[in-house]
Every structure is written in C-alpha cells, then in structure tokens.
Design a protein around this ligand. Structure first.
Ligand SMILES: [Zn+2]
Length: 896
C-alpha cells in the first residue's frame, strides 16, 4: 500500500508541511497451539486451515449490496465440532460441510461483530481430513475503500458508478468469509456476475465470459497462485484497457472510459520497471498479467494498493492529465507504480507472517521505489530524496510514543495504525543504511536468495537477515536488531576533531535525539558512521558501539560526519566546529551533505540542541546555492518559519519580509516559464517557490498568479499547463469570498473527477477563517463526493487545526460516513496534530478517552506530543528567530 499523505495533498506539494501521525501498541504475543506458524498472533483457532476458495459473487451496484457463494477447501487438523473464520458485515443464509459425497448443514451460525468472526457449529464432531465448506451469504457495498466499495464520478456522459475492492489490512472478510490473516495463504477462483457492457478485472486474466442474455454476464478468472487474502482484487465498471508486453508478461492499465491516453506514461514506465525487477529479484514476475487499475476518488490513508497482478491506484497518483499535470505529478506516477510493483515480490510473493513485520512489505517497497527511480530516471536527481525520508521518519521517531520498526500487533486497528512513518520511512532508512554497509551487490544477492527460498510463503525479519548474512558473509544482525527492535533516533555528538602526524581523529559520543522532554535513559545502538574530509575523497567508516567511538582519516582538515547521508542518526557538532568547519566550508560539501546538514540543523535548532542563530546563518549561506534541491530546502525552512508565526500577524509580517527578500530573487532567477532542458528539480522548485511566496504574502507573486487565473477564465491556454495547479493554489489560499465562490462554481461544473477533486481541495485551502469555515460546512454535505470530504477537512486542518478539530467533534455523527471506518483512531488525532494551542491537548485527551480504545491510542499520544512540541517551539524558539529577524531587517534598512 502506498500512503497518501506525503505526495498528494496540494498544500503539501506547494508549501505546507505534511501531517504527522502514527500507530498503536500492545501486550505480549499469545502462544497458540498447532500449525502452520505456531507462534504467530491470530484471532482464529488453529484447528482448520483453508487451501482454496472458489468464490461466486453477484454485485448489485445500484442497491449497494451483493450476494455471494463460496466453497472453501479446508484441512481439519484436529477434531472439532465448530469452524471459526473471519467475517464482517456479512449475513449468512446457509453453510454446509462436504466430504466424499456427504454433506452436513451447520446447525447454528454465530456471528461475533466485535471479533469480526463467524462460527459454524455442527451437530457432530468433525474428524481430521479434507472438506469443502460451502457458504451462501450477502454483504454490502460501501462508499469508503474498505471491502467492496463503489465510486460515483462525473463524466461528459453523465454520472457513472464503478465498484472496486480494497482489503489490506483486514477487509477481505467484508467480501468473503475467510481466514483473513496473511499467513493463511490459499489459491482463489473468482466468478462474478456483472453488466455485460462493463469490464470486470481481477488478479488473473479472464478465462470465460458467458452472456446471460438479460444484460448480465458471468465472468470467470483463472486460478490465482497461493497468496494472502488481503491481495485478492475485483473491480467492474465502464473501463478501458491498454497493454504492452514486458518480458512475456502482459502489462496493462485500466481507466474509466476515455482516459486511457492519460495512462500512456505509467504504462510505458511499468514495462521498464518490470524488466528491472525481474532482473533484480532473480525471480520472474510469476503471473501472466499485471494490471494497474486507476480509480476516481481518494482515500484518507492510501494512494495505491499492490493486489497481486491487479494494482489499484487512485487517478490522482497515476494519470497525467495534459491540462494540469506537473513534473511532480509525473514523478509521483512513476514512484507509486515502482512502489506497488516492488510489492509484487516484497509482500505478494513473500509475505510477512503477521503485521508485526509489516515493514518487510512497506520499508522494502519504499526503498525499492527510490532505487528504481535513481536507476531509471537519473535525470530527476532523486538520490537526495533519502535525506527527506530520514527527516520524515526521525520526526516521528523522536517522541516517546514511537515504536520499534518490528512491533507486536494484536488487533485489526493496531495493524491499520502500523502503516506509519516508522514502518515506511524508518524501514526504508534502515535498509538503505544496511545496504550501504554490506555493499549493493551482496545486498542484491541476499534479496535474491530470500525470494527464492521463501516464494509463496511467509517470513519474519530474521529470515531476511539470515539471507543477507548467508549471501555476504557479513554479520549484520546486531546492527539490524538495534535499529529494528528498539525505537528512537541515535544522535552522534562530535566531541572533537584533531590532527596529529598527518591524520585527523574525530571523537564521537552516541546519545539519543528526542523532541520531547522524555527523561528515559538514552538507548545504545551499533551505529555505522562514515566521515569525510571536506572537499576531498578521503572517507572512513567506523562502528560506534557502547555509546562511543572514533574515526581516523588520512590527512588533515575539516570533517563532515554522515558523509553520503546513508546513516539513520542525527549529527551534532560543537558550536565552534559548526561555524569554523561546516558553515565556513558549506559550498565545498557534496549537495547531499549540504542537504543533510541543513535538515539536521533545522531540526536540532527547533528542539533547542543547536543555537537558532547558527541554524539561520547556515540557512542564509545555503540560500546562495544554485542547486535547486538546496534552494528547495531553504524555501521549506522559510515556509516552516512563516507557520511558526500563525496567529501573530505582526511577527509574521516581519518574517514574511525577510522570506520574500530571500526567496523572490530565486524565483526571478528561475523564472515563471520553464526553460528548454531545465533540470526537473528546477521545474519542481518553481512550483514550490510560487506556492511558498503565495503563502508568505508576496504581493508580486499573488498578483501574477491572479493575472494568470483571470486570463484562464476566458481562455484556459492563457496559463501554461505546468503552472495551472500552483496558480490556482496561490489564488485559492489568498481567496476572498467572490473568488471562493468562483472556484466553487468551477468545482460544481467540472466533468473531470480528478480536476473536480482538486477544486474541492482548493476550496479547503483558504487562509481566511470565514472561508475555511465555509469549506468545513461544504465538506459535511454530500456535494463534494463521498471520498473528498475527509480530505477537505484535512486540508483545513493543515492551516486551521483548532477550527477543523472543533468542527469535526461537533459534527461527528454527520461526518462518520465520510471517514474510513478502520482509520478513525488515526484521522481525528491527525486533525489536531498541527495545533500549537495548549488548549488542544486537553480537548484531544478528552476525545481519546471517550472514543478510542486504550489499545489504539498511539496516534493520539503522538499528536499530543507534537502539539506540546509546537507549544514549546513557540515559547522558546520563536523569540530567537525574532531576534535574528531584527538583525536581518536592520541589515535591509542599512542597505537602503
Ligand atoms: Zn506499500
């Protein structure tokens, strides 16, 4: 699954920081009897095991219900008089157990809504052996992406309705009564009855289509390989499909009718990615076809899902509408496909035993998406993105409510909360660090061994470490365990650097980087640390153990630690060394180390561990860079500082003045119009600069955006396609009532679901509080469409968290249907998490106590930790920034 929050909201792309949120925690693993994985957590008795499902489903999309029949081939492992499996929101008509011509009907069927199980009781005990359990049942088609769900969308030919499934982590049980846990792998035959004029799609190709003559057809799909329930997929609607051949696999994209041309780029790229992966994994993609199905709409928590052979992606993350697509959209389309395709191996072919090891799916797919991007699109210069990945993980990992990468999961809700920054971002960072430690080739050999040994089965993290150690002969388990079994971020403190007899020795002490006032003793890690003599090729690596270490380099000179930025830790230098060695030699650092130093410093500055004036001196130095990725980081720091002054218009106006002075020359340099052959990083920087200058109230940028916007009303071509999104964004965030109404009318009339969704999101982006309130009111109606409302409230929350939270709590009942059922314990805390008002802490605590089960409170705890941190930054760091502004502004007056 790929998370939505980083890439897709308009605000996060152009100027605002993303939301922060997280997972839950639990007690000790429960020892359960019998096979196949005796010690794996389960909600089900281990007495019966499925091997095959033959499913027949008749959806009634109009009525939003379906009827189903399933025949499950099961092995009874111990005599029993009842069979328990997972089921949610299903009603049962009949169940029989069949063996060798004998059929016994279940005497009683018990449904447990709390546990999401159904138990079939039989009059006589069932002996060990093979049986077929046949069940007739009915279920519902929802409006959020859990189980079988429908999406209504506008087209030039009127409203359409398509249906799709989304099962990860535990919603297959809404579609089939099943052993809905990842280690119960089985094969699947699916048969569906759908309107004859619609296209039906599943994991495997269609083997038979029978026209019933009544407008309906029965469609049969080929038998799937052995796989986990959460990977099954079914979709049907008025679709179009385009295909290419890749190494003998039919690669396809499926879109709503009329949009298949917008998928030309991801289709061509998927072909390249598949070839790359066939080679890298050493095991060919095992299914006959691989589709990527694009759906209108969105979800609060995911953009795409790796169903085996039938990837599902929301249109916003795959299609490129030539009218509005940006360079960022193009890269997202590639990266999301690369992520989901990596899962076809990491997750689908080899699956974690239980959700404890979810990172074996998500950390690895995240790492692989970046590897594929670097290899297939070197022109995007994405190798620096590793720094951003560290930041995103370390932010989450530096408060007390964090958790280890491998964590014990007990409940469905906890599994859903595990899709977080730690599982994805820290997982990816740790993989990158260990790959760097053992070498790329050895790592690849280990991955190949792991795939070969564990294909079609389930694993834990230790199976992976074993394969890497076997392939490379390098012991990595101690480091791997330190970084995956204990939480937190190591901090490498440079104590001193001295030169003797032509060698530089750097003394290091390891502590822990924390953003909250946790008094817990610092943990220790085995940390691989790399250092470089600045401006030379002299590099050395050491393993810091037991809390300290040192590195010796040939030659004398200033040193940068974490050179290459492969290490998952923060580095802090003594103040004199920071100024004399790092700040003074900033331009001699490799761009990736410039970015690493800036990112570490900004974060250490906010948490009070480096002087804010030093950090801002570094930022000022970095602002002189001509590297678009460094300029982008400087831009985001100014955007962050602007937000620190929210609610203080006078302070904010002073900050804005300095921000505009720093950023507008960058925009002048880069221009509003793309230059032929410019770097793609420059293209993306243009969007970010325009967005941020619009955010910090630069009159020139806002005027220019308004001119483009006004001209586009008469003729859409008046604004270059690449600028349309950011121009609308700048206009929308600075909207007055009349402009808001104008965007609202456009949203109502828009026929492209993708653009329509964007327009509703823009309505929720206004700085003006009255307009933000109107957006909230609109979001609580059916007008924006079922999957847009939660996103709109999220957008309001990124700017007006207190307003959005109070509104959501006051209208909880009304908003319930717009929020993914399994995600509620994450969604509400996330709305509050951007607040810097101490009063929010009590409000969120009260909500949590009343509404969130004690086992699912980690997102709340994290949001509260973030709010406390925001309050502390306001109180302590903002005055330091204000003092720096005084100097900067005095400099401006002196220059005049
Ligand atoms: Zn994923």
């Amino acid at each position: 699954m790929r998370r939505t929050l980083i890439s897709s909201t308009i605000a996060t792309v152009f100027s605002l920081a993303s939301f922060s949120f997280a997972p839950a925690f639990a007690a000790a693993p429960e020892a359960t009897a019998a096979v196949p994985h005796a010690n794996v957590t389960t909600q089900l008795p281990r007495t019966v095991r499925p091997t095959h499902y033959a499913i027949s489903v008749i959806p009634d999309a109009k009525a939003a219900t379906f009827s189903g029949k399933v025949q499950i081939t099961v092995e009874v492992l111990k005599p029993t008089s009842s069979i328990t499996l997972n089921a949610a929101d299903l009603a049962f008509q009949r169940a029989t157990l069949n063996a060798a011509g004998n059929s016994v009907e279940a005497a009683k069927i018990d449904v447990n809504n709390e546990e999401q199980t159904a138990t079939f009781h039989f009059a006589k005990p069932i002996s060990k052996g093979s049986y077929t359990l046949a069940i007739d049942y009915t279920g519902i088609i929802g409006i959020q992406a859990n189980g079988l769900f429908l999406v209504d969308y506008p087209t030039a030919n009127g409203q359409k309705r398509a249906i799709y499934t989304q099962f990860e982590n535990s919603d297959a049980r809404r579609f089939i009564p099943s052993w809905d846990e990842p280690n119960y792998k089985a094969t699947f035959d699916l048969e569906v009855t759908v309107p004859t004029d619609q296209m039906a799609v599943s994991n495997m190709p269609i083997t038979k289509k029978t026209d019933l003559g009544n407008g309906l057809s029965v469609v049969n799909f080929g038998t799937s390989p052995k796989m986990s329930t959460y990977l099954l997929f079914f979709g049907a609607g008025d679709f179009e499909r385009a295909t290419v051949d890749a190494d003998g696999t039919e690669v396809g994209v499926i879109t709503q009718r009329g949009l298949v041309s917008q998928a030309a780029f991801p289709l061509a790229e998927s072909k390249k990615i598949l070839r790359e992966y066939n080679d890298y994994f050493g095991v060919r993609f095992p299914l006959p076809k691989l589709d990527n199905i694009a759906s209108p709409g969105s979800s609060q928590f995911f953009g795409a899902m790796e169903n085996w052979g039938a990837i599902f992606t929301f249109e916003r993350d795959i299609l490129l509408d030539p009218a509005v697509a940006t360079q960022g959209d193009k890269e997202t389309s590639f990266i999301v496909a690369a992520h989901e395709m990596a899962h076809q191996w990491f997750g689908d072919l080899v699956t974690m035993q239980w959700w404890d090891d979810l990172w074996l799916n998500e950390g690895f797919a995240s790492w692989m998406e970046n590897r594929a991007t670097n290899r297939l699109h070197p022109e995007w210069n994405s190798e620096l993105s590793v720094v951003g990945v560290h930041q995103y993980a370390m932010e989450r990992d530096s408060v007390a409510s964090t958790h280890p990468v491998v964590q014990h999961i007990e409940t469905v809700e906890q599994a859903s909360q595990a899709f977080d920054e730690i599982t994805y971002g820290k997982g990816e960072s740790v993989i990158h660090m260990l790959e760097n430690y053992v070498g790329e080739d050895g790592w690849r050999d280990g991955v190949r061994l792991y795939m070969k040994e564990h294909a079609y089965t389930n694993t834990t993290s230790n199976d992976f470490w074993k394969a890497i150690e076997q392939a490379t002969g390098k012991p990595i388990r101690t480091i791997a365990h330190d970084f995956t079994l204990q939480p937190g971020v190591p901090m490498i403190n440079v104590v001193s650097s001295s030169c003797k007899a032509g060698k530089t020795t750097v003394a290091l002490i390891q502590s822990e980087f924390k953003r909250d006032a946790s008094t817990k003793k610092a943990l220790t890690w085995h940390v691989p640390v790399t250092a470089q003599l600045i401006g030379t090729n002299t590099v050395a690596t050491t393993l810091v153990t037991g809390g300290k270490g040192s590195i010796t380099l040939e030659g004398c000179g200033p040193v940068v630690v974490n050179a290459g930025q492969a290490g998952y830790y923060r580095t802090v230098y003594p103040q004199k060394m920071f100024k004399d060695d790092l700040l003074a030699n900033f331009t001699k650092l490799a761009p990736i180390d410039q970015l690493g130093l800036l990112s570490d410093s900004w974060s250490l500055g906010l948490s009070g561990q480096t002087s804010m004036s030093d950090v801002l001196a570094l930022t000022t130095e970095a602002a002189k860079s001509s590297n678009p990725q460094i300029m982008a980081k400087v831009t985001s720091i100014f955007g962050s500082m602007h937000r620190l002054y929210n609610g203080d218009p006078v302070g904010q106006a002073r900050l804005d003045k300095v921000a505009i002075a720093a950023l507008s020359p960058m925009l002048t340099q880069i221009g509003w119009t793309a230059k032929p052959d410019e770097l793609s990083t420059a293209t993306k920087l243009r969007d970010q600069l325009i967005g941020t200058l619009g955010e910090v109230n630069d009159p020139a940028t806002i005027d220019q955006a308004r001119r483009y916007f006004a001209a586009s009303v008469a003729s859409p071509e008046a604004t270059p396609a690449a600028l349309r999104k950011v121009v609308s964004y700048v206009v929308a965030i600075n909207a007055d009532s009349a402009t808001w109404d104008q965007i609202h009318t456009s949203a109502q009339n828009e026929k492209s679901p993708l653009i329509k969704d964007q327009l509703y999101e823009l309505l929720a982006s206004a700085k003006d509080k009255t307009l933000a309130q109107r957006a909230l009111d609109l979001a609580s109606t059916d007008e924006p469409g079922a999957t847009n409302s939660a996103g709109m409230i999220g957008s309001v929350a990124s700017r007006h968290p207190d307003l959005a939270f109070d509104f959501t709590i006051a209208h909880l009942k009304q908003l319930e249907k717009f929020i993914d059922g399994s995600s509620r314990s994450r969604y509400i805390p996330r709305i509050a998490g951007n607040s810097s008002d101490a009063a929010m802490i009590g409000k969120l605590e009260a909500y949590t106590k009343a509404n969130i089960s004690p086992k699912a409170r980690r997102d709340s705890e994290t949001a509260i930790a973030n709010i406390k941190f925001n309050v502390q930054v306001r109180a302590k760091r903002v005055p330091e920034i204000t003092a720096w502004l005084d100097n900067a502004l005095a400099g401006f007056s002196a220059a005049k």
